[in-house]
Design a protein around this ligand. Structure first.
Ligand SMILES: [Zn+2]
Length: 342
C-alpha cells in the first residue's frame, strides 16, 4: 500500500511507500574515519583552529581567558559565504532586491564572518546524545545567544542553525558541533513556508500551523511525547523516513525562550537523538532549526531531526516529491516502544 500525502507547511508532497523497504540492494555505503587524526576540536588542540570568537561554560561566556571551556565558538575555516561575497545575476526576487545596491552587499564594518562553528564539548563526543547536562544546556544557551547577536546585524536577513552528525549527513569533522550561517539573503522557500504556516482556516480561528499541531495531537498515532511546552511527533507527510519534529506550543520565538524552556528543548533533542541512534543503529542525522527571517522573529519556528539514509534519486530530483519507505505511524510506534523499554 502507498499513500500520497501533502505537507501544508513545506508545500510539498511525499509518497509513503513501505514496500520500498524490501527492495534488494546490491551496494554498500561505507564511511570510516581515517586513522591517526588529531581532532582540531578536542581540548588541548585549540592552537590548530582560528582564535575563538567566544568560549563558554556553565551557560555563560567567559569574561577572561579560561582554559576550562565547555563550548567554543569559532569562525568557520572553510565558509561557503566569505568576505568576498557578492550578488551576481540580473533576476533577483523582489523580496531580496531591496537589500542590495548594484550587486554589493550592505556589509558591516569591520566585516563580520557569516559562518560560525559551535563546538559542543571539550571531549571527543560524536553525537549530541553523548553530551552531559552542562555541555547540553551551555550549547543551547550559546545557540540562542549567537542567534540574538546575528539577528541584530543590518547586513543579515536570516540565521540558519543546524548540526550535521556523521558523514552521510554532511559532517566532515566527527567531533560534535553545530553550524551557524548568518546569511545576507533569506530564501524564497523560507518566506513561503512562513506564509503557509500563517494562513488562517476558513473561520479564522487558527493558523495552518496551529491547526496542524492540534490535529497531530488529536490523532495521537504519530505523537512521541507531549509536555506543557512542546509537542514531539513524526510528521504526517514526512519526506524522510523516521523524521521527528519538535514544535513549541507557545508563540515565543526561540531567541526569547527562557532558560527552563530552552533546556527542555535541549533535553528533548538529546532524548530523541538517543532514540533514533538506538533504534536505527547510529544513523547519520541532521538537527535543523527552522527559523524565520531576522526581521520577523515572531513567526512560528520548529526543530526537525532527520536521520539520513541514501534516499533522493531521479524521481525526487525531478519532482521534489519524496518517497518515504517508513510510514511515520510505524516510526512513531517504534520510537514509543523504545522509550517505554527504557
Ligand atoms: Zn575531538
Amino acid at each position: 500500500m502507498s499513500d500520497l500525502r501533502y505537507d501544508p507547511i513545506f508545500g510539498q508532497w511525499a509518497v509513503i511507500a513501505e514496500k520500498r523497504n524490501s527492495r534488494p540492494v546490491e551496494f554498500q555505503q561505507f564511511s570510516q574515519r581515517r586513522a591517526g587524526i588529531d581532532c582540531p576540536f578536542c581540548k588541548g588542540n585549540e592552537s590548530v583552529t582560528p582564535p575563538a570568537i567566544e568560549e563558554w561554560s556553565a551557560s555563560r561566556p567567559h569574561q577572561e581567558e579560561n582554559p576550562d571551556w565547555t563550548v567554543r565558538i569559532l569562525p568557520n575555516k572553510f565558509p561557503a559565504l566569505d568576505e568576498s561575497l557578492s550578488v551576481v545575476g540580473p533576476d533577483l526576487p523582489d523580496q531580496q532586491a531591496a537589500s542590495f545596491t548594484s550587486g554589493k552587499l550592505a556589509t558591516q564594518s569591520p566585516a563580520m564572518p557569516y559562518q560560525e562553528v559551535i563546538v559542543l564539548s571539550p571531549r571527543h563526543v560524536v553525537s549530541l546524545s553523548g553530551l552531559n547536562d552542562e555541555e547540553l544546556s551551555t550549547s543551547f544557551a550559546v545557540l540562542q545567544a549567537r542567534l540574538n547577536f546575528h539577528k541584530k546585524r543590518s547586513d543579515i536577513a536570516h540565521v540558519c542553525l543546524f548540526m550535521n552528525c556523521r558523514p552521510l549527513a554532511g559532517a566532515s569533522i566527527e567531533h560534535s558541533h553545530f553550524q551557524l550561517i548568518a546569511s545576507p539573503i533569506c530564501t524564497q522557500q523560507v518566506y513561503d513556508r512562513i506564509a503557509r504556516m500563517r494562513q488562517t482556516s476558513a473561520d479564522q480561528a487558527e493558523t495552518v500551523w496551529q491547526n496542524r499541531l492540534a490535529w497531530e495531537a488529536r490523532q495521537g498515532e504519530r505523537i512521541l511525547c507531549e509536555t506543557a511546552r512542546f509537542l514531539v511527533f513524526c510528521p504526517f507527510a514526512s519526506r524522510h523516513s523516521n523524521q521527528i519534529r519538535i514544535a513549541p506550543k507557545s508563540d515565543l520565538p526561540f531567541a526569547e525562550l527562557a532558560a527552563s524552556s530552552r533546556n527542555e528543548l535541549a533535553q528533548l533533542c538529546r532524548q530523541w537523538i538517543d532514540g533514533i541512534e538506538r533504534c536505527l543503529d547510529d544513523p547519520a542525522y541532521n538537527l535543523i532549526f527552522h527559523l524565520p527571517p531576522c526581521h520577523d522573529m515572531n513567526a512560528p519556528w520548529f526543530v526537525d531531526l532527520v536521520p539520513r539514509f541514501p534516499q533522493s534519486a531521479g524521481f525526487e530530483l525531478a519532482t521534489e516529491c519524496w518517497v518515504n519507505p517508513v510510514a511515520p505511524e510505524t516510526a512513531a510506534e517504534q520510537f514509543r516502544n523504545f522509550a517505554k523499554s527504557r
